[in-house]
Write a protein that binds this ligand. Structure first.
Ligand SMILES: O=C(O)CCC(=O)C(=O)O
Ligand SMILES: [Fe+2]
Length: 322
């Protein structure tokens, strides 16, 4: 049996490499990225800025009545989770990532790391994961490579713990050096194409105990998963996607008109226009599946926020932020 998929105890695994010492060494950073498929930095984000974001999560959880007001460790009080908003829709609709990345200290860190302004892709997950209710399930939630589900936009994943995440709380595990391809997802198993058990050798998995101020940056093809939360607290993290601003950035905007042949968008930073679809267009619907061209008008409408990648006036990717 694959030890990493057993229920219960998290198997022993090696710690993530810490890259703090190469933060200002472009060549060493690139070499670590190419070798490992991630960077992990310890205690580099302004903990006051991270604390302000944690406060937003804690306020939301206490409003929902699942933690005591002002409980800094977010201990679950046992209330029914039947109506719990697992994707924290209220934080998503308020776009609470924006003031966070606009904090001067946070902006400065990512500008230094990328040697460029950061360009944030508004594909954000606000995770407030309650203690696992079913402890007979595997400890790994769902091993995946983000790139498999996000063809065409070369971002890095930025995973930010908002409170301490120890082995009981779970957190993120990733497979070091396994971003070099090919995809591990099984094309013979639609519609989710799961990565088969054992495709990632047990010795490749890495983790650490995460603390506020830490950040993991991952290659979009690095296999990873959340680990089920066996503590009594909520697991608090945010993940968002980022690129260097001078890179081949997608247009983030709102649809102004749409047919099965083209889409017009009002983009940010003056990047508006009409762009045609062709046989290479990958249109991803809200359920994550590829949408045939003639069905595109029934999946989106004017006003919707979208992420759009364009090459030579043709759309390569059209998708909602989530
Ligand atoms: O935090 C998790 O549970 C999973 C994170 C993840 O899949 C991501 O950051 O892309
Ligand atoms: Fe992911």
């Amino acid at each position: 049996m694959n030890a990493t998929l057993d229920a219960g105890v998290l198997p022993a695994m090696q710690e993530l490499h810490v890259s703090n010492d190469i933060l200002d060494d472009r060549a060493a950073l690139q070499a670590a990225w190419d070798r490992d498929g991630y960077w992990f930095f310890r205690d580099v984000l302004d903990t006051e800025a991270v604390g302000r974001l944690r406060r937003v999560f804690l306020d939301e959880l206490s409003q929902l009545g699942v933690i005591a007001p002002d409980d800094p460790v977010a201990r679950f009080n046992g209330k029914s989770l039947e109506d719990f908003p697992f994707r924290m829709e209220s934080l998503a609709s308020r776009k609470v990532w924006k003031p966070f990345v606009a904090e001067p200290s946070i902006h400065r860190f990512f500008s230094r790391l990328l040697a460029d302004d950061p360009f944030w892709i508004p594909t954000v997950e606000y995770r407030a994961t309650p203690p696992a209710q079913d402890r007979a399930r595997a400890r790994f939630d769902y091993v995946h490579q983000d790139g498999f589900y996000n063809a065409g936009i070369p971002f890095s994943i930025c995973w930010i713990p908002l409170a301490e995440i120890d082995p009981d709380v779970g957190g993120l595990v990733l497979a070091e050096g396994m971003h070099k391809g090919p995809y591990l997802h099984d094309l013979a198993q639609p519609p989710l194409f799961p990565i088969p058990d054992g495709a990632v050798p047990a010795h490749a998995w890495r983790r650490t105990t995460y603390r506020p101020g830490d950040v993991v940056m991952m290659h979009l093809n690095t296999p990873h998963t959340g680990v089920a939360n066996y503590s009594d607290r909520f697991r608090l993290s945010m993940d968002i996607r980022v690129m260097a601003a001078s890179g081949d950035t997608p247009i983030i905007g709102n649809i102004t008109s749409l047919t099965s042949r083209e889409v017009a968008v009002q983009g940010d930073q003056g990047r508006s226009g009409a762009f045609v679809f062709d046989e290479n267009t990958y249109c991803r619907g809200i359920d994550g599946r590829k949408v045939p061209l003639d069905e595109i008008p029934s999946h989106f409408r004017a006003g919707d926020e979208v992420i759009l990648a364009v090459r030579d006036g043709r759309v390569t990717v059209l998708r909602p932020p989530h």
